[in-house]
Design a protein around this ligand. Structure first.
Ligand SMILES: NC(=O)c1ccc[n+]([C@@H]2O[C@H](COP(=O)([O-])OP(=O)(O)OC[C@H]3O[C@@H](n4cnc5c(N)ncnc54)[C@H](OP(=O)(O)O)[C@@H]3O)[C@@H](O)[C@H]2O)c1
Length: 292
């Protein structure tokens, strides 16, 4: 099987690459900066440049599935430069979905397209994104659906780490807890995240099996507060650091954040057994990766 991954050097893209390579797939990976990647066909492209994206024309007949992970996950930066945000989340998604209209197209979306008020959202609930990151990711979903009849919109929330460590929630917490710095976690913010390796496995199952195209909430089985998530990291790694609980007022640096984006995952669970994707297992799995 030939698979094309965008954002292949990112937190999720790298996990998807590793998973598909382990299943003996041929991986084509799009990256923006730095060195080529061993073991795959590395393609250096800035996805916000339509002329560069046209270079992918040569691959379109051989690619079975595209996993579109590239994005700008910096919520504040998205608010500050909406035009640049549209280029990566909306325009590049549209161009790729069109170009690969004969391949399965997996678009990685976000749980923050929901407004975070009622929680336990299902796919029929009307999206109501609260910030520009989420608005543009939702607009990207629409472009993909319009241009690719074989598309899978995976609304998700993820955790994991990069080498060297970056600044995601898990990485920030791990770095501070390891140093015994006391940190604070929001007790009123709820999500049901997946470890990136768990999501990579789900994506593989979608590519491999005959699952209807459509929108899927793709979260873990546990709805957990950010405070409890940090506590689980502290306990799993036996850091014995101090975590206090606090309440998110709804805004960080003037940008609105949804409070309860927990997703109902019954739809995807009709096709894939999601019961094993617990947060406890995800963090335990990370521990084995960090230990090596
Ligand atoms: N992280 C989360 O908490 C979270 C939660 C929900 C949903 N998601 C979604 O999950 C997906 C993966 O997120 P992630 O955490 O793995 O993000 P990430 O680690 O920041 O990776 C994103 C990748 O996209 C690449 N990229 C960005 N702009 C590009 C461009 N113009 N051309 C080519 N490549 C470009 C980045 O390259 P550079 O390194 O060069 O910038 C980076 O490697 C995204 O679609 C995101 O919206 C993430």
């Amino acid at each position: 099987m030939n698979i094309l991954i965008t954002g292949v050097k990112g937190m999720l893209g790298n996990a998807v690459k590793e998973y598909f390579l382990a299943q003996n797939c041929n991986v084509y990976g799009i990256y923006r900066n730095g060195e080529k990647i061993d073991g795959i066909t590395s393609i250096q492209i800035d996805l916000t440049n339509p002329e560069e994206v046209k270079k992918l024309e040569q691959y379109k007949t051989k690619i079975d599935a595209v996993v579109h992970c590239a994005a700008n996950v910096n919520v504040n930066a998205c608010e500050e430069d909406k035009n640049a945000t549209d280029k990566i989340h909306v325009k590049s998604s549209e161009q790729l979905a069109k170009l690969f209209s004969n391949s399965k197209f997996i678009y990685i979306s976000t749980d923050s397209i929901y407004d975070g008020v009622k929680g336990n959202f299902n796919e029929e609930d009307i999206p109501n994104p609260k910030n520009y990151y989420a608005k543009s990711k939702l607009a990207g979903e629409q472009k993909v659906i319009e241009n690719n009849a074989n598309s899978y919109i995976l609304r998700t929330n993820i955790y994991g780490f990069k080498q060297p460590f970056s600044s995601s929630l898990f990485e920030w917490a791990y770095t501070n807890l390891e140093k015994k710095n006391s940190i604070s976690g929001y007790s009123n913010v709820y999500f049901n995240p997946l470890y990136v390796n768990q999501l990579a496995e789900v994506i593989y199952k979608i590519v491999e099996n005959n699952i209807p195209a459509g929108i899927y909430n793709t979260g873990g089985v546990d709805a957990i507060s950010k405070y409890n998530f940090l506590t689980l990291i502290n306990d799993t790694f036996q850091f014995n650091a101090t975590i206090s609980s606090s309440e998110l007022p709804g805004m960080i640096n003037g940008v609105e954040r949804p409070l309860n984006t927990t997703m109902n995952i019954e739809k995807i669970a009709k096709y894939i057994d999601m019961t094993k994707y617990t947060t406890r297992d995800g963090i335990a799995n990370i521990k084995t990766k960090i230990a090596v």
